[in-house]
Design a protein around this ligand. Structure first.
Ligand code: GAL
Length: 415
């Protein structure tokens, strides 16, 4: 055997041996962050993962709110081929845990002191029977109203602080030829507007009873009738092409002045920022009229997989996700605020400061509530039953009285 061949062969064997001992961490990551602002945000995680020697396989499933991503996840798990890491949140984490398909990431949580840096309200969503089964990336707020600053000032309009003011402003804008409300007619977007209206009109106790406790009397109450009345009014403020429009295209309508307002979680801010727009200058943010704070915590769960490279990938990802630097940079791009309590907000904008302050105040005042529309309050069947009614009402001439009856029936049948 010539010596050259020997040395090549030896090198190959050595490389293989090294590969087996130090298999690179691998992660196939299923998520629905495909808009400009979202993609920029998730890229931060991929870069950190790559920087630590990991190999990231991206599995983006387009579709705001994640309905399509969750359908893709079910198909993968049923086929016995779960992705390593999945964007998953709220009670859906527990639902998957009960299927016996989630990996335990408690070792990372303990080694990195998650219990000391995450507020208990967030940590609880990440635990399954005492073990850590998900890692949180952020706190998004749902009850926001975004506006084009120029359009408002040209029309002599201030950010509305009551629903009556919102309706008056919208009527004035409509008369001036501006679309008052940028909206995309997708069920989850209808639900997003609906829950902000419900919190605003009904208040925190009403929201809790209706969308957390599923109290039948509250679901068909006069207050709920008023909520649907306001939804009917809002329907009159959207343009005729709203059906099926993606949320980020609705945000673009506000950016380019075609529309004045959008009611959407603060991932919309991520979109404004990615387009180089400045808060307080180009666009305005304010909480939707009324009390309270609807939170939506994005997180990743790890699915049971075989192979040291994949298991290492899961632990590395979990560590990075709750890491201080990631929580800062990701959330600066995403429009949300960090889940960790010890990340300084100096580099964050005024909307993020409002969010952090309002979250702390509502926590004290008992009006910090989980978003039902974004899967934080209810399991899939109940949330889906409510959204079906909301969207059926918004897209027809159904009366508010019929809607509340249908709502109470749909929830009862889903239990
Ligand atoms: C939410 C998610 C956000 C954002 C939004 C639009 O459910 O929590 O992070 O991505 O959908 O896709």
């Amino acid at each position: 055997m010539n010596s050259k061949f020997v040395s090549v062969a030896t090198a190959a064997i050595m490389t293989m041996a090294a590969g087996a001992a130090n298999a690179e961490p691998q992660a196939e990551v299923l998520h629905w962050w495909t808009s400009g602002g979202e993609a920029k945000s998730v890229a931060v995680l991929q870069q950190e993962f790559d920087g630590r020697g990991g190999t990231w396989t991206d599995m983006p499933v387009a579709g705001g709110g994640g309905d399509a991503a969750m359908t893709a996840l079910r198909a993968r798990v049923l086929a016995g081929n779960a992705p390593t890491a999945v964007q998953l949140k709220g009670p859906a984490i527990q639902e998957w845990y009960e299927e016996g398909v989630l990996a335990d990431i408690s070792s990372v949580a303990k080694a990195n002191g998650w219990a000391d840096v995450l507020p208990p309200s967030i940590a609880n969503h990440m635990k399954c029977e005492g073990t850590w089964c998900a890692a949180p990336v952020n706190v998004h707020r749902i009850d926001w109203i975004w506006a084009n600053a120029d359009v408002l000032s040209k029309n002599g309009i201030k950010m509305p602080t009551t629903w009556a003011e919102f309706n008056a402003a919208a009527a004035k804008l409509q008369a001036a030829g501006v679309t008052p409300l940028a909206h995309g007619g997708q069920a989850w977007q209808d639900a997003t507007v609906f829950e902000a209206v419900a919190l605003g009109i009904g208040g925190a106790d009403f929201f809790q009873k209706a969308f957390v406790d599923l109290d039948p009397a509250t679901l068909k109450s006069d207050t709920m009738v008023k909520v649907f009345d306001q939804m009917r009014t809002m329907r009159g403020f959207v343009d005729s092409n709203f059906s099926g429009r993606d949320w980020n295209l609705a945000t673009a309508m506000v950016m380019n002045g075609e529309a004045a307002f959008q009611i959407m979680g603060d991932w919309a801010k991520g979109e404004f920022l990615a387009a180089g727009k400045k808060p307080g200058v180009d666009f305005l943010c304010a909480s939707t009229p009324g009390e309270g704070f609807l939170y939506n915590v994005d997180s990743f769960a790890m699915f049971s997989v075989d192979g040291k490279d994949k298991k290492d990938g899961q632990l590395l990802l979990a560590e990075l996700i709750v890491g201080k630097n990631f929580q800062k940079v990701f959330n600066l791009n995403k429009g949300s605020i960090p889940a960790r309590v010890d990340v300084a907000l100096d580099e964050f904008d005024s909307c993020a400061h409002t969010s952090a302050k309002d979250m702390a105040d509502s926590n004290k005042g008992g009006s910090l509530l989980p978003s039902y529309a974004h899967g934080m309050a209810l399991r899939g069947a109940q949330a889906g039953a409510i959204t079906d009614v909301v969207t059926a009402h918004f897209n027809s001439d159904m009366s508010s009285a019929d809607a509340v009856k249908m709502l109470a029936d749909a929830v009862a049948n889903s239990l």
